[in-house]
Design a protein. Structure first.
Length: 352
């Protein structure tokens, strides 16, 4: 029998948590499925099915979301497979069929025998969908029959269905901006890009993010933390968590600015380490002078002309061991005053 399973991939888990909200799932349908039936669905008619139908063979690499739609005279199951792998699975229609059969088998087995033997008994319609965020184009067949050999000759007699495809990287970013809702914002940020472009898109989305409700904004913040950290090295991830976790909807601009500063600091540190690497590989100047130059350049980039006095003090330190220690500690300095304390402590060590 199908059971509850935690998705193996952290990205799958993020989407699973997002679409566990009926409001977010409804937003997905109404924004990205351009069919008449979406107009008649509301939150009250949707019921989350707290089961996973992923087969054991695939339990380590995918997750799913299941909703039941209750309408007059109809019983419909929405089955969304989260396909967040880097490659396209050309047997996707077959995999979906297996999961659909698992749903019907589960319903059949849990329906009293007397009821399921009645002439009027009907299994629910299952509407399959795939959410894919890979960089490559989705080239798998959308119709089941297309993976059957010789289907054209027997087209009237073979099984067929067409699944809905949510292809995150193929949506036009301007259209996502215009939608201005939670799911569209997440799709805009989940597309393949570097951290700098992520900041630019956040600024574009800021106006709409302010209008999100408290629960929606918390969902967005959780997601943003996940996608942002995936683009950053381990040392700055904790800082990103803190910046995003402490913000409210009306402080979006402040959050974006703090994230931008964090990226700039990371770039400055990378440049500084590059200078140090050059020193280690053997520059014409002495190692002490090269390290002094690297620290001074970092101070200038980080704190501007106000750091001129500190740069002069750096030149007073001649111990390579002390300079290396100061250099590492400066990465954690958030203000000019903190940087000054670190450098003064370094000078004291040099005099001992």
């Amino acid at each position: 029998m199908p059971d509850k399973r935690e998705p193996h991939h952290s990205h799958d888990k993020g989407y699973k948590q997002l679409f566990s909200s009926k409001r977010a799932f409804l937003e997905l349908l109404k924004t990205f499925v351009h069919e008449e039936w979406t107009k008649d669905i509301d939150e009250d008619s949707l019921v989350r099915v707290e089961k996973s139908y992923i087969l054991q063979d695939f339990s380590e690499k995918e997750a799913d979301i299941v909703y039941r739609l209750k309408t007059k005279g109809n019983d419909v199951i929405f089955y969304v497979l989260l396909e967040l792998q880097s490659t396209v699975d050309y047997l996707m229609p077959f995999r979906l069929l297996l999961y659909m059969v698992e749903i019907w088998r589960d319903i059949y087995n849990n329906t009293p025998e007397g009821e399921r033997e009645r002439k009027g008994f009907r299994l629910p319609a299952v509407v399959p969908a795939v959410l894919y965020n890979g960089a490559n184009n989705w080239t798998a067949a959308l119709h089941f029959k297309e993976i059957l050999a010789g289907y054209r000759q027997f087209e009237e007699h073979v099984l067929d269905f067409r699944y809905i495809l949510f292809d995150v990287n193929r949506y036009d970013v301007e259209e996502l901006y215009q939608a201005a809702n939670l799911v569209a914002s997440i799709f805009a940020l989940d597309q393949k890009m570097d951290a700098g472009e992520l900041i630019r898109r956040l600024r574009k989305l800021a106006g709409g993010l302010k209008n999100l409700g408290g629960d929606e904004f918390r969902q967005f913040a959780t997601w943003l933390s996940h996608v942002f950290k995936a683009r950053l090295p381990e040392p700055v991830r904790e800082k990103v968590d803190r910046i995003i976790g402490e913000v409210n909807p009306w402080e979006v601009e402040k959050m974006i600015t703090n994230l931008e500063i964090t990226l700039e600091e990371m770039q400055q540190q990378a440049e500084m380490r590059g200078l140090i690497k050059g020193r280690a590989e053997g520059e014409a100047r002495g190692k002490v002078e090269a390290t002094q130059d690297a620290i001074c350049k970092y101070l200038k980039r980080r704190f501007g002309d106000a750091s001129a006095g500190l740069q002069q003090k750096v030149r007073e330190m001649t111990s390579l061991e002390v300079l290396d220690s100061v250099m590492e500690e400066l990465f954690a300095a958030n203000t000019l005053e903190e940087a000054g304390d670190i450098i003064r402590e370094g000078i004291n060590k040099s005099l001992q």
